[in-house]
Every structure is written in structure tokens, then in C-alpha cells.
Design a protein around this ligand. Structure first.
Ligand SMILES: [Zn+2]
Length: 191
């Protein structure tokens, strides 16, 4: 990873991994794709390699990201989907020309129409978001229990009772906070 930039949080679901490039939306927000090159890096890690990205394309990506976040959040709590955000997702989905390719090993890859088509990559992310919000995939949309995070995530656990967007970050922090709180309680009761 490049020095000086926040690390990526990688998950199994493309659309919610993408919304996770902005974390702590309700606390000290961390922008994990602060430059066009960082979006290029993120896309490469997620099997959507592009050669270049302009600041205008980064703006398109961030607008899609916040739209997916807004619509997935509404879907998770059963609210009406915000129309303008739905419009952005549909727009990005329709503007891409990515093709699914089957590899000889039987895996799926994405082929973009040209090496610099960030729009193609965004259309794949938009389509992924549509598939989870429309309930086509096995899992449940939920909101992270961390009050400073509240990220929408896609719970594919057997029990569908996952509480945090990410066990290694939000889940761990919560556990540590609870441990500290308990220690405080024990300390007081010993006095
Ligand atoms: Zn979280």
C-alpha cells in the first residue's frame, strides 16, 4: 500500500466494500480514496483494473458511493429509497460497458471497454449494489452497531445476526470499549 494514505477495508461484497472507502461517517470521517490514484488502486484490488482516473471520474465514483450508502441505509431500516440516490445508481449502472468474462479456471472476471474507463468499473459496482438492495442475493442488509460508523453492510452469516460492518475494526473497538467499561465498574466496586 502507498505510504501516507489510509488502508483499504476489504470485504467480500463489492458494493459495501466500496461504501467502506469512507468510514466513520458519524465520527471523524476517514476518506480512503482521497486522490484519483487511490481509486485506481482500490479498483485494482477489487478486480476492476483501470490505467488512469481523472478528478471528474473520482467525483463520479464518490457520488455513486454516497448514493449506494444512502439507498442501502434506507433499505436496511425499511425506509422509502431516496429517489435522487436511486437515480445516480441507475445512471452509473447504465453508463458502463463492462462484460463478464469466464476464465478457463471457471472464475468470473470483468472486462472493461478500455483501459481508462472508470465509468465501466463504476457500472459493475452499481450493478452489485442493485443486486443486494433488490434482495437478489442471499443475505441481509444491516447497519453497523457502532454509533460513529453506522455503515450499511451485507450480512451473509448463517444466523444473520452480525452487528458490525467489520469485526476487525468496529467489532474490536466495541469489545475493547466494553472491556474498559467493565474494568471501570470493577474498580469502583473494589473501593
Ligand atoms: Zn462499522
Amino acid at each position: 500500500m502507498r505510504v501516507g494514505f489510509p488502508d483499504f477495508r476489504l470485504g467480500n461484497v463489492l458494493a459495501t466494500s466500496f461504501t467502506g472507502t469512507l468510514s466513520e461517517r458519524h465520527g471523524d470521517a476517514v476518506e480512503r480514496i482521497p486522490t484519483p490514484q487511490r481509486l485506481v488502486d482500490w479498483l485494482a484490488v477489487n478486480g476492476l483494473a483501470v490505467d488512469s482516473c481523472t478528478t471528474a471520474q473520482l467525483d463520479l465514483a464518490r457520488e455513486l458511493r454516497e448514493s449506494i450508502h444512502a439507498v442501502a441505509t434506507a433499505a436496511a431500516v425499511g425506509d422509502a429509497l431516496p429517489a435522487s440516490a436511486v437515480h445516480v445508481i441507475n445512471d452509473r449502472s447504465a453508463q458502463g460497458r463492462a462484460a463478464a468474462i469466464l476464465t478457463p479456471e471457471g472464475n468470473r472476471q470483468w472486462r472493461l471497454s478500455s483501459a481508462s474507463r472508470v465509468e465501466d468499473a463504476l457500472s459493475v459496482i452499481a450493478a452489485d449494489a442493485i443486486s443486494i438492495i433488490a434482495g437478489e442475493r442471499d443475505g441481509r442488509l444491516a447497519l453497523c452497531a457502532s454509533p460513529t460508523c453506522r455503515a450499511a453492510f451485507f450480512d451473509t452469516s448463517q444466523s444473520r445476526t452480525r452487528k458490525w460492518c467489520d469485526m476487525n475494526t468496529c467489532g474490536n473497538r466495541q469489545k475493547k470499549a466494553r472491556f474498559k467499561a467493565n474494568q471501570g465498574k470493577n474498580g469502583r466496586s473494589a473501593e
